[in-house]
Design a protein around this ligand. Sequence first.
Ligand code: SAH
Length: 348
Amino acid sequence: MTDTLKKDIRDLSLAELKSYLVSIKEKPFRAQQIFDWIYKKGAVSFDELLNLPQPLKDRLSADFLFEPINIATELTSEDGTRKFLFDLTDAQQVDSVLIPTKGRTTACISTQVGSKFGCRFCASGIGGWKRNLTPAEILAQVLHVRKESSDGRILSHIVFMGIGEPLDNYDNLIRAVDLINGKEAMELGARKITVSTSGVVPKIKMLAAQNVQLELAISLHGYDNPSRNVLMPVNKKYPIEELMSACREYVANKKRVITFEYIMIKGVTVTPAAPAALKKLFNGIKCKMNLIPYNKVDEFAHECPSVKEMTAFRDALEKLGIHATMRTPRGRDVGAACGQLRHVHGKK
Ligand code: SAH
């Protein structure tokens, strides 16, 4: 097999690995052994699958890739947030962020190289979209961050809020999530995994029907069509009413609260009209709001409101009965904060 046709071993589910093993006349129980090495013990090469017979290791490395993690740059913020810039095999790059906070350790993971969505405040979309990440590339980030977080801290949460639109790479995302969540692999509870989307309505509906209890976060960033259109071109394709109806479906099917992320930009999203309009938009949906102070991206002329204005905005929402918390930006000094990931320390 030529390398370009080969899959990475982490692209396979346990069932697929078992049927491969049967096809080469090996015992299917070896599949779980291989999974234990990769997903439980953190092996990063075929050589590290220690209790496997050498001929099987040789056969595996002839038939599959096990791409090593290549870290181009690693930066640590003064708040302890760490950003890893990965070199992919085709010279593309993506970042992952390790965020240690009180009581939790979160990995922020990328799902695509670049983004097609062109949100007019986000650095990830500036260079356009290059390609989807494979399940193995998504998992390699998670495994690496988990390894790096092991100094007394255990990786407790994963947020798909790195570069790219997770729901625009749906199949690979679900494959990766199955292995992050599955007992046979990393065993991280589905409720500790958050998928954040700019609002790809058909895929939200698909996720609502999927048999996994993921946390869903919607990048709302507007309170009606005109305000959302200003920042998010995706709203032209999937207007806010359709988005809200998909959200209602998700909440109904999963019996889960949905999170609306809301970027705070002076005069654009933080306006006197916004709180009441949001109340009307939500119309009783079980939700909470995560207010994100706008992180400066040079290409856009927006401004973050003052702390006083942001607090007043949150208070106005709370007064209307909307549960809203303000996110503290982490890793700003190393370009690791929300929407800042764009390889500024690597290649452009
Ligand atoms: N494409 C997905 C996930 C990646 S963005 C999505 O749109 O949700 C992750 C979060 O960072 C989103 O809520 C996004 O709107 C927010 N974000 C992007 N740029 C930002 C910026 N400059 N300041 C603050 N938050 C930003």
